[in-house]
Design a protein around this ligand. Structure first.
Ligand code: GTP
Ligand code: MG
Length: 199
């Protein structure tokens, strides 16, 4: 998929206020600081589209972007980061859960996990929650530039083994780096494929 246009539309703190669900929607979720906003900027080749930050808790709302005038890309707040206050975590949790369970045009959720870490309880819990609620999702391992290619493969394999303890089938898994642009074409083509299947 070629990105011809990527425009910021609006930010909301509740799924009920989100734009009319008239386009297929793809959202990015994951722990605070995992690189959701950076990945969105990398995918759209626009470093200023989504706001990024070195400190967690930067994205605080449900942010809608219109891509190629035909689909919505959504940047969400992060969940469960210890350095974010308990109250704020709770606000984000409610916002995310309401959005994920009720957004009619949400086609697929991308769950981002930091490729360097062992499976984190908070991520696995969230993934299991998606499974229980039958929400379609794909895992993206971020920050791949921080480890070598062989280590990356090993981390992905270890993650699969961990999920297979609870799951019979595995979700799709992709890898990315906002620095090296690894995954840009693959993720955009992955989205295009899903959109094609909707027709
Ligand atoms: P919240 O909005 O706070 O939930 O965080 P986020 O998930 O949107 O993370 P964000 O994109 O703001 O990035 C967090 C930090 O990680 C920033 O300092 C980024 O520069 C850095 N970062 C993000 N992606 C990558 C990556 O692929 N490689 C490297 N090396 N750093 C990255
Ligand atoms: Mg963000």
């Amino acid at each position: 998929m070629q990105i011809k246009s990527a425009e910021y539309l609006m930010s909301n703190d509740d799924f009920r206020k989100c734009p009319k669900p008239d386009k297929p929607e793809f959202a990015f979720i994951g722990r605070s600081n995992v690189g959701k906003s950076s990945l969105i900027n990398m995918l759209t080749s626009n470093s200023k589209l989504a706001k990024t930050s070195g400190s967690p808790g930067k994205t605080q709302k449900i942010n809608h972007f219109v891509i190629n005038g035909s689909w919505y890309l959504v940047d969400l707040p992060g969940y469960g980061y210890a350095k974010v206050s308990k109250e704020q975590r709770e606000v984000f949790r409610k916002m995310i859960e309401g959005y994920v369970l009720n957004r009619q045009n949400l086609v697929n959720l991308f769950v981002l996990v930091d490729c360097r870490l062992e499976p984190q309880e908070i991520d696995v819990e969230f993934i299991n929650w998606l499974g229980t609620n039958r929400v379609p999702f794909t895992i993206i391992f971020t920050k791949a530039d921080k480890i070598g290619p062989n280590a990356l493969i090993a981390k992905v394999e270890a993650y699969k083994a961990h999920l297979l303890q609870a799951w019979e089938t595995l979700p799709d898994m992709l890898t990315s780096s906002a620095v090296s642009k690894l995954g840009q074409e693959e993720i955009l083509d992955y989205i295009q494929n899903i959109i094609n299947q909707l027709r």
